[in-house]
Design a protein around this ligand. Structure first.
Ligand code: PHE
Length: 340
């Protein structure tokens, strides 16, 4: 009986099944009510005691073998049916088209603009290729200022008066030249600097500039606006501090830090142990800058601020390397797909 079972198992393994009918026939042949397995079980009853164990095991093996064969053959048949004509069901839902996602820089840019739109700032834009006046001279940069150096700025070879703008402050000048105060604008855009590319610096990055000019605008207004921004962007608990700084186009000038916290080791590392992180530069628009654009500093005053979008996005998402934003590796970008 053992030999008979072994022979059956060998046959099962060799058998090829090409249709649903063949599959069903094989099932009935072995597992049906009058099938081979039923007969063998009857025969099993006559097996003498000492042999029962071995024959029983062989029977189990046969059962597993036929069940296994039927299951695999069924799978193969179904697969073929799907991919080969006839049985193909055109109404079945497909796997779904993978959706792209917004780039983290454009998400952060939009969020920042939204926050300022809510308090009355409108968006203004300007050209990326600019002249000396809008990037430097109109902003009170002295002629020998180091930013005017080839080391820092990409100049247009054939016309040294033209360059890729190094900051979005150039758009301020264009706005002040063409519009009467009050002015309340945010100016997003790409900027370019002649810097070696590293985890912390890139030759292209994005800034958002803010400008508010009206009668009686004070430093307190600036501080309050920036505190509002920090709370909206980083959360209600956000704290800011202002450190005195210098920019040719603002007086007084400050750099603004946001409190990041010192709870973890990472916090220590990224804040260099202070708990604070710099997010932007700002100040009261220098009277010389107002005058240069035809606005009377005796009547009007204003504030300006400028922030790097990459920097803010790195803070929000704890991204350690600026270059990720420009390499557009889908695995990196996919992580922000929920950030619509
Ligand atoms: N333009 C400055 C920079 O690129 C930022 C800034 C803008 C500072 C406006 C003060 C006022 O670093």
């Amino acid at each position: 009986m053992i030999d008979k079972i072994a022979g059956l198992i060998a046959n099962i393994e060799k058998k090829s099944i090409n249709s649903a009918e063949e599959l069903e026939a094989l099932r009935i042949e072995f597992l049906g009510r009058q099938g081979i397995l039923k007969d063998l079980r009857e025969e099993f009853k006559t097996v003498p005691g000492p042999e029962k164990r071995e024959v029983g095991m062989a029977l189990n093996e046969l059962k597993a073998s036929i069940e296994n064969k039927l299951a695999t053959a069924k799978e193969v048949l179904e697969e073929n049916e799907e991919t080969q004509g006839e049985g193909m069901d055109l109404t079945r839902p497909h796997g779904g088209v993978p959706l792209g996602s917004r780039h983290p820089i454009s998400v952060v840019r939009r969020d920042i603009l939204d926050i300022f739109n809510r308090i009355g700032f409108t968006v203004a834009e300007g050209p990326e290729i600019e002249d000396d006046w809008h990037v430097f001279s109109g902003l009170n940069f002295p002629p020998e200022h180091p930013a005017r150096d080839m080391q820092d700025t990409f100049f247009v070879e054939k016309n040294p008066d033209l360059m890729l703008r190094t900051h979005t402050s150039s758009v301020q000048v264009r706005a002040m030249e063409t519009q009467e105060p009050p002015l309340r604008i945010v100016m997003p855009g790409r900027v370019f600097r002649n810097e070696a590319i590293s985890a912390r610096a890139h030759c292209i990055f994005h800034q958002i500039e803010g400008l508010y000019i009206d009668k009686g605008v004070s430093f307190a207004d600036l501080k309050q606006t920036l505190l509002y921004f920090a709370k909206e962007f980083f959360g209600e608990d956000a704290k800011i501090r202002l450190r005195p700084s210098y920019f040719p186009f603002t007086e007084p000038s400050a750099e603004v830090d946001v409190y990041w916290g010192l709870k973890t080791e990472v916090d220590y590392r990224i804040t260099k142990g202070t708990g604070w992180l710099e997010i932007l530069g700002c100040g009261m628009v220098d009277p010389n800058v107002l005058k240069a654009s035809g606005i009377d500093p005796e009547i009007y005053s204003g504030y300006a601020f400028g922030m790097g979008i990459e920097r803010i996005a790195m803070l929000r998402h704890q991204i350690g390397d600026l270059r990720h934003f420009f390499e557009n590796d889908a695995r990196f970008l996919k992580q922000f797909s929920s950030a619509f």
